[in-house]
Design a protein. Structure first.
Length: 394
């Protein structure tokens, strides 16, 4: 059980290179940027695609060749100002503050330590940051959850910092982690920063990459898994590694409780029950709000059809994309007018908002506000018999 728990990590970023799977292209792109003076990185994508895990593995990979300050310690929050952000960064860099000689013949000198945060002025400017970082040598700083910063002044000053670090060829690489809006905010504040910022999009993982997560974890636990069971986990995850880790963890533990080291499809079915019961309360509540009604309705079926719709690269789908899965779920043809009001309801406060809507009338596109909702809806539909396993493998 301990080896299984160490092999799959649904609630925390992966920090062991041996268990990290996929993302070779993104890792290479970051490594190229780190090697170039004046280049910085913004890593962006939907929530739950593994951005923090990648940045954590990158931090570990460069230890020994550069000072690294990882995303595990530098997370943005809604109340953070520019000075507070850099005080949080610099307090992770210890320095020797001097030696105090003791009193008396046998007294021993005492070494005092502090941090670089002690050297920041009361009001911090981008040039103050440049002045300090220029003296550190090769440094990699990962700043996570950039999208949580609400004060536009902080974003503006951060763009200015990237510009001044690049202009002075400071041997520091900032790796900023956020969503697509984070890129837009940075660039619109300072158009010239675009040349210094390598934009790396983290798409949802491919089935092959999700299979690699399973294979590495299963091998690390000293177990095996049948192909159909692995395919079911990968398909249900819908490109989000959080659910791959969650389902694999519970499937392996189910097999272990039975005294078996081989995982079957039956174990994955039990894992679905566990995953649904242990989902985040916010997801459970949002799903209940979106689908519950005192009268018989199709909200659960329409939301499931949305979860099964084929999205574009940014996660958006159209009403036309919902038509085929809705037809399969209901067992007869369902055209757009039969469920268009349901799609609009999912974008309003009364039932959500659980979907985000963009575009114009008759050309609306939708996507899940919280991507982790999508596999939850799919697993619930499978549990309730609204779809069969074969629907997932299409």
């Amino acid at each position: 059980m301990q080896r299984i728990s160490e092999s799959f990590s649904p609630s925390a970023p992966i920090d062991q290179k041996v268990l990290f799977a996929g993302r070779i292209q993104q890792f290479t792109d970051v490594a190229n940027a780190v090697a170039q003076r004046g280049q910085h990185v913004i890593l962006f994508g939907e929530r739950g695609v593994g951005k923090t895990s990648l940045s954590t593995v990158i931090s570990h990979a460069f230890k020994g060749t550069a000072n690294t300050i990882s995303s595990g310690t530098i997370n943005c929050d809604q109340t953070m100002d520019f000075g507070g952000l850099w005080r949080k960064v610099f307090r992770e860099i210890p320095i020797n503050a001097g030696i105090t000689n003791g009193i008396g013949f046998n007294a021993t000198p005492t070494m005092h330590t502090g941090s670089l945060a002690d050297y920041l002025p009361a009001t911090v400017t981008p040039d103050d940051i440049r002045h300090i970082l220029q003296r550190l040598g090769k440094t990699i700083i990962v700043i996570d959850e950039l999208d949580r910063i609400e004060d536009p002044e902080v974003t503006t000053l951060l763009a200015d910092t990237i510009k001044t670090l690049s202009d002075h060829s400071v041997p520091t690489t900032l790796i900023l982690v956020g969503v697509a809006d984070s890129v837009n905010s940075l660039i619109q504040e300072h158009q010239s920063v675009e040349r210094a910022l390598v934009q790396i999009r983290m798409p949802r993982m491919t089935v092959a990459e999700l299979d690699e997560i399973i294979d590495k974890g299963v091998a690390n636990a000293g177990m095996t898994i049948e192909k159909a069971a692995k395919n079911k986990i990968s398909s249900l995850s819908q490109g989000l590694p959080h659910y791959t880790h969650l389902l694999a963890l519970h499937a392996l533990q189910t097999a272990a409780r039975k005294g078996q080291t081989h995982v079957t499809g039956e174990d994955v079915s039990s894992a679905i029950e566990n995953a649904l019961s242990k989902a985040q309360q916010s997801i459970i509540s949002a799903y209940h709000k979106a689908t519950s009604s005192q009268r018989e309705n199709l909200y659960a079926q329409v939301l499931l059809a949305c979860a099964l719709a084929k999205p574009d690269a940014l996660g958006y789908f159209s009403a036309a994309d919902v038509r085929d899965p809705m037809t399969e779920i209901m067992g007869r043809f369902y055209d757009i007018p039969a469920f268009s009001q349901h799609l609009n309801a999912f974008c309003d406060d009364q039932r959500g908002p659980i979907l985000q809507r963009i575009g114009e009338t008759r050309r609306f596109r939708f996507r899940f506000i919280n991507p982790l909702m999508q596999p939850y809806v799919t697993m619930d539909g499978l549990k309730r018999g609204l779809i069969k396993d074969t629907s997932l493998l299409k």
